[in-house]
Design a protein around this ligand. Structure first.
Ligand code: AVJ
Ligand code: FE
Length: 445
């Protein structure tokens, strides 16, 4: 089993992180004007109100019976708010606002979950139970990171909500940068060390275990994420109409849904605009383009290149020319602690910045901006590492998505919390999901 020192200090620290994350989620829901709480900004996802209940139902379902020995006080809400949705294929949800409980009753539930959990967790004598051999510290990490992940998935969702339904927040001004010159970085053949070892006491989700090494042949990779400027050339060259650039399911999606440009873009007259979080702005040409996996793949094919595999991405980020230190870097830039000069992450901003804005964060091979400013699609189908075991207290977290219909994303966005900027963290979405803060870079082999 995973050995995590389970003492009061660790529990207090995790509890503090949970309180901080709750403050952030409360602030995020305050950004939605009350009349819009029953809106569904993304057709493939639940209405916003679901998430108000979900964050607490998740914590409650995880902790109450397993560890804290509490009886449920609202089993109906525990079930209603237990799981989000990710429909594969055409089945979009059809529920109506009136199918959901009143916001006051959801907020009461939230309040009661919090006070009941906190009274138990904040106690000097640690709760004795555990979840099938897993210490409380692991479950608390799961609760904290689950909430932090939803801060990001909710940001994507609120991004699609019309501006007049949101309370604008101040955005940090982006630094002025000279226009980006695309270039490739050379990555020599070497070993990528993926995954977390169970001997390690660090927290990771089930899909991050076990660790393994894989040989990666030499390749070259875009030094910067593909920009809106580059992607505009693809559009102007007729990329969305070139059948040969799209695989069969992607083309079907492209044509049936009438996709002709990134979901973050819109055209007024003959000018392109960008949908930022709180306003429309002229298309920022040096920002990373955010697109679906299908659109990223079509672009890559158009340039005669490919998306990187998960292990190529990993090696470009964490490898170094000195084979002696393998790819043991903590961050692409080395071991210096995370700070805003290294990238656009940790809720620093609501929108991207230029792809060249963070030279301090370059990897050993000179690849820029690998953490933050947008996740990066890989060509790797999301699947288990050798030695994978589902968390017994949450069997479906990853395993439900090992279906060949999800692709791995690496890196992070402006709305990714620092704890998820570890080398082994893996994110995943379906290839036609356009709403994520995700772009890409291309490789040549
Ligand atoms: C890891 C971001 C793909 O949002 O579907 C949240 C995280 N799982 N609640 C998702 C998740 C359950 C997951 N991603
Ligand atoms: Fe969730």
């Amino acid at each position: 089993m995973i050995a995590v020192q389970e003492d009061l200090t660790i529990r207090q620290q995790l509890l503090q992180r949970l309180l901080d994350a709750r403050e952030r989620s409360d602030a995020l829901f305050k950004l939605v004007r009350p009349a819009a709480l029953y809106d569904r900004p993304i057709p493939e996802r639940h209405r916003i109100i679901f998430y108000v209940g979900h964050l607490e139902a998740f914590d409650w379902n995880l902790l109450h019976a397993n560890v804290l020995g509490e009886k449920s006080f609202h089993p109906e809400f525990d079930r209603l708010f237990a799981f989000g949705i990710d429909p594969v294929g055409r089945g979009l949800p059809t529920d109506q606002p009136k199918d959901w409980p009143a916001v006051d009753s959801v907020r009461d539930y939230v309040g009661e979950v919090r006070s009941t959990l906190d009274a138990k967790l904040d106690h000097d004598t640690p709760p004795t139970g555990d979840a099938k051999g897993f210490p409380l510290a692991i479950l608390l990490n799961v609760a904290v990171e689950h909430r932090l992940m939803h801060l990001e998935t909710l940001a994507y969702m609120l991004h699609q909500l019309s501006f007049d339904k949101k309370v604008p927040q101040s955005s940090s001004a982006s630094a002025a940068t000279p226009p980006v010159t695309p270039r490739m970085a050379q990555i020599p053949a070497g070993i990528a060390k993926l995954g977390l070892s169970r001997d390690n006491s660090a927290f990771g989700w089930d899909n991050e275990f076990e660790s393994y090494e894989i040989a990666v042949p030499a390749f070259e990779i875009d030094r910067y994420m593909v920009t809106n400027r580059q992607y505009l050339e693809f559009i102007r060259a007729g990329g969305y109409d070139a059948r040969t650039l799209w695989n069969e399911p992607d083309w079907k999606w492209r044509t049936e849904c009438g996709i002709t440009h990134p979901v973050f873009w819109n055209k007024i007259g003959d000018r392109w605009f960008y949908r930022a979080m709180f306003e429309g702005i002229p298309l920022p040409l040096d920002w990373p383009v955010y697109v679906s996996h299908a659109e990223a793949s079509a672009y890559a094919r158009w340039t005669g290149r490919s998306l990187p595999t998960e292990e190529e991405w990993h090696r470009a980020a964490y490898g170094s020319a000195n084979e002696g230190d393998g790819d043991g870097r903590t961050y692409p830039w080395g071991s210096a602690a995370l700070a805003s000069r290294f990238g656009n992450f940790d809720f620093n901003s609501w929108d991207p910045q230029a792809v060249s804005a963070f030279p301090a964060g370059d990897s050993a091979f000179g690849v820029s901006g690998m953490l933050g400013n947008g996740w990066e699609w890989t060509s790797s189908v999301f699947s288990s590492f050798p030695g994978f075991q589902p968390f017994p207290f949450y069997r479906g977290y990853s395993a439900d998505f090992f279906d060949g219909r999800h692709f791995v994303m690496k890196g992070g966005s402006a709305r990714t919390s620092t704890c998820m900027l570890r080398p082994t963290f893996r994110n995943w979405f379906q290839p036609h999901y356009q709403y994520v803060y995700a772009g890409f870079r291309c490789v040549n082999r």
